[in-house]
Design a protein around this ligand. Sequence first.
Ligand code: ZN
Length: 316
Amino acid sequence: MATTSFTKKTLGLETAEPAVTPPPSNGAETTFVKKPKLGGGKSRKREIPEGLWTKCPKCTTMVFDKELDENLKVCPHCQHHFRIGARERIHSLVETCSFEEMDAEMVSVDVLTFTGVSSYASKLAGYQKSTGQKDAVVTGIGKVGEHRVCLGVMDFTFLGGSMGSVVGEKLTRLIEKGTEKSLPVVIISTSGGARMYEGMFSLMQMAKTCGALAYHAKAKLPYISVLTDPTTAGVMASYASVGDLIIAEPGAMIGFAGPRVIKDTTQAELPPGFQTAEFLLDRGLIDAIVSRKDMKNQLIEYLDFMSVGLRRSAKG
Ligand SMILES: [Zn+2]
């Protein structure tokens, strides 16, 4: 298998290569230089045909995009887990046509009329257009195996998966729906933290989501938190770290402050593998590391196990 994909790789590169040889543009006469320059620029862009191959950052293999998509965005050579969009992930977890989305149209209000390099309003509009989503989380009720589950999935491509009032509100409503309907909650996180464009309004979401989860826990309902690359800051410091079960994808970066900030503050050398899922599993912060391909089956197994307890406690 490895050899076939290797030939594929070289084939792709070879086909791309002839286009790379740009005419040498060191001619002296300006009239002659201008024309080849245009051609040279174009062919340089074609060095790696865009949207066909992706270079794996871990093993540096060129992976055929179609192969990567079919493999749930996991490198077939080294099992590196690429980031995956919320829709794709939901599709990989729930039974076909079983997902009913909630609050799909909820959008942020620019309360602070925040303006930095560009305004928050224009950033929101830009990301809404490029991702086709209204904000950084998709929530709804779907079936995972036999279990109806309140599922919230974050999307890093929307403003770094940052948690503003929409992310907080949508997740809170999802959790409250779970409490109301006695359903388990599964939240798959990926986030750079609270959304600075919303100031305190985004920080308030930490307490709000955790408050809703506390009521959900009081009703003895299971909450599984899945941490994916990266889960940091305000999200890690709130709902992502309070799961009854906390699982992570292999190699995911998980932490509160980034390693550089910690290193600068403590002035200490950080241990190897610091803030990776594997490091945190070793130290008991997370309960299991589950690869993306096993995620659905593993979630079903956990939900089976947790609902047995649920049924027992309902009886007792
Ligand atoms: Zn790889």
